[in-house]
Design a protein around this ligand. Structure first.
Ligand code: FES
Length: 107
């Protein structure tokens, strides 16, 4: 497999109800992962980029969190309906989606 151009990590960490850190799974991150899977399929990105679900990557209280390397861009509060914009602007166009980017004091 050739080295991917970008690597997208979607946090699907789950924690029990009442856990002080919460979790991305509690705020619908599995649906975000499903949206990425569908978008990768639709745009035929499998041979270009890599997509993986991951456990906690940091900003739990602001999830769902999505991390894109090699830029190390953290997106927070991502909803399934935001995925198309991330794919089209960032993964295909190389432009960070500023409105979803984690603030500097968070990441
Ligand atoms: S649980 Fe998703 S970033 Fe921590």
């Amino acid at each position: 497999m050739p080295r991917p151009s970008k690597h997208v990590f979607v946090c699907t960490q789950h924690r029990p109800e009442g856990h002080p850190r919460g979790s991305c799974a509690q705020v619908n991150s599995p649906a975000v992962m499903e949206a990425f899977l569908a978008a990768f399929q639709e745009h035929d990105l499998w041979g270009v980029h890599k997509l993986a679900q991951t456990s906690c990557i940091g900003p739990c209280a602001n999830g769902p969190s999505v991390l894109v390397y090699p830029e190390s861009t953290m997106y927070v509060g991502v909803k399934p309906e935001d995925v198309r914009e991330i794919v089209e602007k960032h993964l295909k166009g190389g432009e960070v989606v500023e409105r979803l980017k984690a603030p500097a004091d968070l990441w």
